[in-house]
Design a protein around this ligand. Sequence first.
Ligand code: SAH
Length: 429
Amino acid sequence: MNVADSQRLASAFEQLGYTASEAIENADVIILNTCMVRQSAEDKALGRLSSLKPLKIERPDLIIGLMGCMVGTKDQSVIRKKLPYVDVFAPPSDPKPIIDYLLEKELQEHDQNENPFVRQFTWESGELLLPESERRNPVSAYIPIVYGCSHACAYCIIPYKRGVERSRDPQEILDHARSLARQGVKEVTLLGQIIDRYAKDRPDYPTLAQLLEQIHEIDGIERIRFLTSHPNWMTDDLLDVVNRLPKVMRHIEVPAQAGNDVVLQNMHRGYTDAAYRALIAKIREKIPGVSIGTDIIVGFPGETEEQFEDTVSQLRDLKLNVVHLARYSPRTGTLSERTMVDDVPDSEKWRRFRVIEKLQEGIAAEIHQKLLDQTLPVLFEEKKKNRWVGRTENMDLVFVESQDDLTGKIIPVKISWTGPWTLIGTIAG
Ligand code: SAH
């Protein structure tokens, strides 16, 4: 979501006539987009931010902006006071304060006619262009369709920072997708914290299943993905559409977070281990060949060794394709931070993390091994070192050697080597 937010801001910058700077030291404007989902993300943002301070001291006319969850949607007075060298602040998914600040500055400092971009800029006029850096490799792009979140999982700070759940206007989404297609984008990924809740706040909007059908009609878009789903909101309609529409990839990201019912209840996830397992069985029945990804948090407050073992059993039984693993990190203001003790020691969180990492390495290796000698369509994105990197329909990463320019092409690849995290192949035929 932050990548999408940054792209939208960069696109607005380009419409104002700004271009990307090669080095941070040469930039007139630096915007830091921030994440707070775990302490490590917050530390990284704070570290980068303090590294910008000397630049501002050296060049007082440098404009520094802060965006994203560190700013949030609520009262900004505390953060403004704490960071006096930051000129402008913007909440997540809303670049408007930054652009308005630049517009005002331009108008103050120059005759407005000097900058034709500024003269022409209106929020409505903007085609959602990919920023120049992306346009050199316009293969895959993100489209936010649900902003914010109102679910309030006990551990999660996102609802406090990104505001209440808002579904984006379907016409705007389609315009965005068409604009991306015109720019040569082949794959779009629809984004939302709980994407399968799309239109729940707007009964007049199409459902996610219907929206996927509409995007499917757009010429030039070859692959459509969406993330992240919550188990309780996955409808049969949605699964049927994924199965039926060839451009919608057979890949579902539907996090379990834990495999023990007490932990799930403490997390306020709203389902049981049995319900999650039943859902996975249904997804697999309805969408043959589907790949499934989950998120797991280890070391949630009060998680006992036995409860953790339930999560291990769930993963061992279900053999999902991808597990995004995190160690619990208390986030100020969340329910678990306010009402529960972070009582699993860090060393134990790490141990549980490694147990699952090792288990999943074996599962992924086994799943991938079955792909050996198969020929799969791969969408190529870019050349890294001397190998082309692409993705299968199931999101598996594939490396291929080729002298040709494969950017944005979907080509059958015969898989010649498999590992737990990547595949290697040769162009077939
Ligand atoms: N709304 C999406 C994305 C949430 S953030 C979803 O529900 O999947 C991505 C992942 O970060 C979450 O799924 C969760 O596994 C993890 N996460 C969120 N808050 C966390 C916290 N306080 N500590 C550790 N991991 C966390």
